[in-house]
Design a protein around this ligand. Structure first.
Ligand SMILES: Nc1ncnc2c1ncn2[C@@H]1O[C@H](COP(=O)(O)OP(=O)(O)OP(=O)(O)O)[C@@H](O)[C@H]1O
Ligand SMILES: [Mg+2]
Length: 240
């Protein structure tokens, strides 16, 4: 299932969901059919970053339990016709699925779409086990902080032990003014600490933050440096 991309992090709040939303929009803008799946079970928020919260009626728990067929639960984005979204439940106890059922859901999505992006939960938890079921490719998001890098390394080891063999990382919220000043690590330190290929660096930028909170992935404002950056990152993910 190498067309299924699992977006992970050790530490929470590093930007997985904003990254997933922009990555999905980037692939869809390139003409690929994309399914974006919120798998932060119990703590969903990708619907808000996509501005699709009012359109969500069903979620993956409804699909797995047979309440609705998959197609009925997918929400199509009006701005990008090739972008589909599958939400998750806000009630953890409602998600009574096995790893096999989750893997089957991803396989079904991969059969319908060119790319499936899974926005995963932070940390090494039971939810992570479920969300990463059957995936073979992961992008670990980290920020340029020692705490985040240490947790990213832990997530890397966890995913490897779960058989996720294609792994890479992205540094998000990069701030050159503070990096390498003795407090935040430099890129040299980061690349030494992380034992994975680095596939992109995304600046800390209020425009990314504000746009996401308006429900509008910033790459849709075409022609800015962020769109070009995501375009390169998406190419590197495809060749992982
Ligand atoms: N490159 C960036 N520049 C500025 N702000 C950012 C950037 N990326 C993400 N943010 C902001 O960081 C916060 C956390 O982002 P997000 O919700 O995507 O993190 P997450 O890793 O998915 O969190 P969680 O672990 O809770 O799921 C949000 O306020 C978001 O707008
Ligand atoms: Mg998130």
């Amino acid at each position: 299932m190498s067309r299924v991309i699992f977006v992970a992090s050790g530490k929470g709040g590093v930007g997985k969901s904003v990254f997933s939303a922009n990555l999905g929009a980037t692939f869809a803008d390139k003409g690929l059919s994309v399914a974006l799946v919120d798998m932060n079970i119990g703590l969903r928020n990708l619907d808000l970053y996509l501005g699709l919260e009012s359109k969500v009626v069903f979620d993956s728990a409804d699909v797995i339990s047979g309440v609705v067929p998959l197609k009925r639960a997918l929400v199509r984005d009006k701005r990008l016709q090739a972008l589909y979204f599958l939400s998750t439940t806000q009630r953890k106890e409602k998600f009574a699925a096995t790893e096999e059922q989750v893997a089957r859901l991803y396989a079904q999505l991969a059969g319908m779409h060119d790319i499936v992006i899974i926005d995963g939960p932070a940390g090494v938890t039971q939810e992570l086990r479920l969300a990463s079921s059957g995936v073979s490719k992961a992008v670990i998001v980290t920020t340029p902080e020692h705490v985040s890098l240490r947790d990213a390394d832990m997530m890397d080891q966890t995913l490897r032990s779960r058989g996720v063999m294609k792994r890479a990382y992205v540094v998000n919220k990069a701030n050159k003014a503070f990096m390498g000043d003795g407090i935040l690590p430099s890129f040299e330190t980061i690349t030494t600490l992380m034992k994975l290929p680095l596939i992109g660096v995304i600046q800390q930028d209020d425009a990314i933050h504000l746009s996401a909170n308006k429900g509008y992935p910033i790459v849709l404002q075409r022609g800015n440096y962020i769109e070009r950056n995501f375009s390169k990152i998406s190419d590197r993910i495809l060749s992982l």
